[in-house]
Design a protein around this ligand. Sequence first.
Ligand SMILES: [Zn+2]
Length: 197
Amino acid sequence: MTAEGHLLFSVASLVLAHQLEITPEIAQGDWLHMLPGVLLASLLPDIDHPSSTLGRLFRFISIPIARLCGHRGFTHSLLALLVGVTLFQTEIPSNWPIPTDFVHAMVIGYISHLIADMLTPAGIPLLWPLRIRFCIPILRGKERKKAERFIAVLVVVIAIILPQHINFSFARYFDSLQFNKIQFDKLPIDKLQNLYK
Ligand SMILES: [Zn+2]
């Protein structure tokens, strides 16, 4: 997929994720944080190609990755996504001024890139280092660019017309999971400590 296609598809995916309230941060996030995050991450997996948009800017990163893993290798796998998410959660010092909605939008952007590449005949090695490639090759032929734009618009239209009553709220789901934790937090800890003295 072209860089333009990835950028369009990532914004469309963010609008959809926002409507679906994938996380509270995405649902209530600041678009001035989320848009740069999603756009940046939508180009990030192609850092494994020295002539891609980011690859040209950061050749000192793209050339070694291309030599080690090849294009559409590690950076196009679930493992890369997992490493990214884990790094974001563990390596960022708490005093860094990186907003959480920016980070969550980056994850959306990265996933949107993987899905978009999966729509091309070459597919992606989701289970890298296993070589099995996953693809639903609907973007092919000369009309590919038009199809990329059409899909991006389609995703935005789906997001906009998505009726609120079928809007499955991940946020509310996670809130219900945390119900017991909140109750536990409210327990009179002082009294409990006295009990065990
Ligand atoms: Zn790619």
